[in-house]
Design a protein around this ligand. Structure first.
Ligand code: 8YV
Length: 305
């Protein structure tokens, strides 16, 4: 059987198949098995880092159960002839759904109103103060890849106008392209972040972007915490220079700046963009399919190019 280093578990039903077909080793056994493993199962945050890759001379594939791969040295692996696979597309709908949910929940203050009912305040105090609309507004999307397009479709279906920023205009999308992110923020009521985390995008959503979005603007992040200057975000929310935020991702997960906990204009989620049974199963299956393809000598399904 082919030896595999498994850094994260797959969904139980796929894990069973993986176990039946491969000899699996956990991270604790790394020293013992580094010399023999031919594949590595991971996700976007779990490596393996370059020094681990160096110690696996027989490694032929890294298969990640994630679309993001900021925690995997893909270029480095490539120089060693090791392909890295991710799980694009299967999570587009879930992540786009969550982006829209965060827009609506934040603008309509749905967490606060839910609490209002549960705490018995509705019965005691009567009607809840009004919130803001999430439709018929201007939605700016930072990043127009596979998930960005799904967010665009959903935002459009809600009668929002959509515009986006990316380095270059994307072919075949009907939305206005802003070459300048601050300009997009200035012309948006919501700014939804869905770009990969890279050295170039680190803290790309900075103080100037948040202030351009402004005191009635809402920032939604379903990408990675690192693409936002989190200190500037907290400061903009505290000072009221930014209207609100719906956040699924943070710089140092699972740590979340505690000052956000008491803010009614902020909705917080524990990085659950792809967190449904259906999608996580599909992601796990794609990891297994890539491994199977590799060791059957067939083309990989979703190699990062
Ligand atoms: C999960 C994700 O965090 O796909 C990604 O890039 O961020 C998420 O789906 C995770 O990697 C699931 O294992």
């Amino acid at each position: 059987m082919i030896d595999i280093l498994q850094l994260v578990p797959l969904r139980p039903e796929v894990q069973k198949e993986l176990e039946a077909r491969y000899k699996l080793h956990g991270k604790a056994d790394f020293d013992k098995v580094a010399g023999i493993v031919r594949g590595c199962v991971t996700n976007g945050h779990s490596g393996p880092p370059t020094d681990m890759i160096d110690r696996m001379p027989k490694l032929e594939i890294i298969a990640s159960a994630s679309v993001g791969y900021d925690g995997i040295p893909v270029e480095y692996a490539r120089t060693k002839g090791i392909p890295v696979c991710n799980t694009p597309d299967v999570l587009n709908d879930d992540v786009a759904d969550l982006a829209i949910a965060l827009m609506i929940m934040t603008a309509r203050k749905l967490v606060v109103t839910d609490r209002y009912v549960r705490s018995g305040r509705w019965a005691k105090e009567g009607e809840h103060p009004l919130a803001n609309r999430a439709s018929g507004k201007r939605v700016g999307i930072l990043g127009m890849g596979r998930i960005g397009k799904e967010i665009g479709k959903r935002a459009t279906a809600m009668n929002n106008s959509v515009a986006y920023h990316s380095r270059k205009p994307v072919a075949d999308v009907p939305y206005k392209h802003y070459p300048d992110l601050v300009e997009l923020a200035k012309n948006s009521d919501f700014l939804v972040i869905i770009i990969p985390s890279t050295p170039q995008t680190n803290k790309i959503v900075n103080k100037a972007v948040m202030e351009a979005l402004g005191p009635t603007g809402i920032l939604v992040n379903v990408a990675r915490g690192a693409v936002v200057d989190e200190d500037a975000l907290v400061e903009a929310l505290v000072s009221g220079k930014l209207g609100g935020a719906g956040l699924d991702v943070f710089v140092d997960e699972p740590k979340v700046p505690e000052v956000l906990f008491g803010m009614d204009n902020v909705v917080l989620q524990p990085h659950v963009g792809s967190g449904t049974h259906e999608t996580r199963r599909a992601m796990s299956q794609l990891v297994l399919d890539n491994l199977d393809a590799k060791f059957a000598g067939k083309p990989l399904l979703t190699e990062i190019k």
